[in-house]
Design a binder for this molecule. Sequence first.
Ligand SMILES: Nc1ncnc2c1ncn2[C@@H]1O[C@H](COP(=O)(O)OP(=O)(O)O)[C@@H](O)[C@H]1O
Ligand SMILES: [Mg+2]
Length: 165
Amino acid sequence: MIVRTRSAEETRLLAADVAGVVRSGDVVLLAGELGSGKTVFAQGFGRALGVEETITSPTFTLVHSYRGRVPFHHADVYRLDQLQEAIDLALPELLDEGGVALVEWGDSAAQAFSPDYLWVRIDLDEAAGEECRRLTFRPVGPSWSARVKALHHALAKWSGTEAAP
Ligand SMILES: Nc1ncnc2c1ncn2[C@@H]1O[C@H](COP(=O)(O)OP(=O)(O)O)[C@@H](O)[C@H]1O
Ligand SMILES: [Mg+2]
């Protein structure tokens, strides 16, 4: 599933649409180079989950947890062991309090991770324009596979040649 955005604000709005299909215990893995827009995505996603605090990059703490309608855990990691550590940190709350975790991951090799997450990759789309991005969605594992239709529906308005109304 590939969609496109033409500005940071469009990426925030798209992420808010994705937040509409997440549930307690969900993990979203966000891949893409530095500056592709992962933190921007996290901002729109968290805002849609009811987070009022400003969402910034949790580079030094590995994981930032926010209060929203559900706890929102935002992580930014570079190595596989950090990815595991971030999930381990967030997992108790994910299970006990119905939180949602979003992990910024500066690589595309998250396949090594336990297969139950929504994988999203953000790429620059320079041919289309400086502020254009291409977002690839891949539901991984049973809980996400069951929601492919809902995800399609949430992304429908972003999948045409016109990025947004
Ligand atoms: N379509 C777009 N989507 C997301 N960010 C965009 C877009 N166009 C331009 N930008 C800019 O790109 C930068 C992305 O930064 P950031 O989200 O911190 O990247 P990352 O977390 O992937 O390193 C921001 O300065 C943002 O304003
Ligand atoms: Mg970032």
